[in-house]
Design a protein around this ligand. Structure first.
Ligand code: DQA
Length: 151
């Protein structure tokens, strides 16, 4: 099973950026932990500060990934184009936010992506990525079992 994790703008600065909100851990360090935790899952990781690059990667995921974990950062609140890309691909996508955006500024309360994603995990820190991965694995195995029943 292949899972693609996409992090949007400024998330390359995790570990340094606003630590009181996003915590002290770098994403590279967390990704290493995820790979150990979910041994046997193939992870691809992509971070970009550019909207179009995120859209291109989502299109690519439509062909090559079994699940996507998407934290589009601030584009969550502005990008109809990323929402359209999520809707355009068949790959199940889970929206993740490290911080609880509902406890923050009002402009972070709306997401263009939530309605297009299969579900959302918000405010549980980096652990949210792991929970999203766990869900995608269960979903994938469930879909495989159903295929088996049909045969
Ligand atoms: C974020 C929340 C967004 O509002 C913010 O712009 C980010 C990070 C989060 O993970 O909590 O860059 O997506």
């Amino acid at each position: 099973m292949r899972i693609l994790i996409i992090n949007g703008p400024n998330l390359n600065l995790l570990g340094n950026r606003e630590r009181e909100i996003y915590g002290p851990r770098s994403f590279d360090d967390y990704l290493h932990h995820l790979k150990t935790q979910f041994n046997g899952i193939h992870f691809d990781y992509f971070q970009s500060n550019h909207e179009g690059a995120i859209i291109d990667k989502l299109h690519d995921a439509g062909m090559h990934a079994d699940g996507v974990v998407l934290n589009a950062g601030a584009y969550t609140h502005t990008s109809i184009a990323i929402a359209d890309a999520v809707a355009a691909i068949r790959t199940p996508t889970v929206e993740v936010h490290i911080s609880n955006v509902y406890q923050r500024e009002a402009y972070r309360h709306h997401s263009y992506l939530s309605a297009k994603c299969e579900g959302c995990i918000i405010g549980l820190g980096l652990e949210g990525y792991g929970l999203a991965v766990e869900y995608l694995i269960h979903r994938f195995r469930g879909a495989q079992d159903l295929e088996g029943i049909g045969k």
